[in-house]
Design a protein around this ligand. Sequence first.
Ligand SMILES: [Ca+2]
Length: 103
Amino acid sequence: MFGGRTDINECLLRNGHGPCQDTCTNLHGGYNCSCEGISGTRLSADNHTCEDVDECAAGTSGCSHTCISTMGRTFCLCPPGYELGPDWKTCQGASTTGLSPGR
Ligand SMILES: [Ca+2]
């Protein structure tokens, strides 16, 4: 469109973040923000800040019971009487042997 105009590198500000919360990519006549540097987040609707990706709502958490999503991490919780298995996702009946799982 207006090639040849001098571009402003907005990303030079704030130690390379520019106006972005995380990664800033300078473009001719603009810039792009991304959130690749903060795991578990994505660019929010304002195109500048990073928001938590709710893996619980997305159904990708793998939790067998309760799922808790925090900034950058997801935790699984178990109801009383159950404890989290070695995969940190599946709840197992606590201290019971010889019983088959509920399903
Ligand atoms: Ca620019």
